[in-house]
Design a protein around this ligand. Structure first.
Ligand code: NAD
Length: 273
């Protein structure tokens, strides 16, 4: 499978499909990430919060792929928005991952009640200028948070990673990102698996001789978003990769978009502390 890449606003690019490792247990991470890399994934989405960066790094080392063929993302944990704490946390991430740079470093949550995300962004800008983070971005940022970064920062985020799936289209954030040349990454693209029982998805999947998971992932990529579904099952890890050799019609796309119930599965960015 050839996985397309999307250009980022800083001249780099991101593979549109990756493997996400939220809730992949640390002791299984090496083996599952290696399974993903062997299946053809080249983009891994981890975070300091997931406590499995070490396993990701071990899999990368074991796979022996050229570093420039891999795209590795990690995220700043919530306790480290203070400038020096952010830099120190980043150093620990590189050490855990066994890498000299990451391809993307994100602020995991804006934590508006803490009120230090602009300070954290300053630290990310330094990491970007040093080359140790090839691109920097945000996660769970609402338009009002991004407006502050755009006004007070000097680097425009390359991506904004937010919750998006058929029950929660998050259109307002997607539109804001698009307007500012920020690529949207869809987290929990399968709604943690909960959306997959929907009869509309079952019908479209049957029509295309695919699974509901493949149809949902295809919907995301046709909308232009980046996805990194998580699975701890090797057959599903491979299945989730097979989405670039079929196409959903405009009618299919509209039917899936129409499943929106404005229902988040994860936390609201304003309420996460
Ligand atoms: P997801 O939407 O990727 O769903 C994963 C679940 O869907 C699996 O546990 C499994 O139950 C099911 N599933 C996966 N493939 C399937 C298949 N082919 N057939 C049937 N069921 C299948 O949920 P997620 O893990 O929450 O999100 C994906 C990634 O997004 C995470 O691993 C993480 O990298 C990222 N994420 C980021 C944030 C953030 O705050 N930035 C939050 C949540 C997730």
């Amino acid at each position: 499978t050839e996985i397309p890449s999307l250009p980022l606003n800083n001249g780099t690019s991101v593979p549109q499909l990756g493997y996400g490792v939220f809730k992949v247990p640390p002791e299984q991470t090496r083996e599952l990430v290696l399974t993903a890399l062997e299946a053809g994934y080249r983009h891994i989405d981890t975070a300091q919060m997931y406590r499995n960066e070490r396993g990701v790094g071990e899999a990368i080392a074991a796979a022996g792929l050229p570093r420039d063929e891999l795209f590795v993302t990690t995220k700043l944990n919530n306790a480290f928005h203070e400038h020096d704490a952010a830099l120190e946390a980043f150093d620990r991430s590189l050490e855990e991952l066994g890498l000299d740079h990451v391809d993307l470093f994100l602020i995991h949550w804006p934590l508006p009640a803490v009120g230090r995300f602009v300070e954290a962004w300053g630290a990310l800008e330094e990491l970007y200028r040093s080359g140790r983070a090839r691109a920097i971005g945000t996660s769970n940022f609402q338009p009002q948070h991004l407006r502050r970064i755009l006004a007070e920062g000097t680097v425009v985020p390359a991506v904004n990673q937010v919750e998006i799936h058929p029950w929660f289209g998050n259109e307002e954030v997607r539109a804001f990102d698009a307007e500012h040349d920020i690529v949207t990454e869809a987290w929990s693209p399968l709604g943690r698996g909960r959306v997959l029982e929907d009869p509309t998805l079952a019908r479209i999947a049957t029509d295309h001789d695919r699974t509901p998971a493949q149809v949902v992932l295809r919907w995301h990529v046709q909308r232009g978003d980046v996805v990194f579904p998580k699975s701890a099952t090797p057959s599903r890890i491979r299945e989730n990769l097979e989405i670039f050799d079929f196409e959903l019609s405009g009618e299919d796309m509209a039917a899936i978009t129409g499943l929106d119930r404005d229902e988040r599965i994860g936390s609201h960015p304003d309420h996460m502390n």
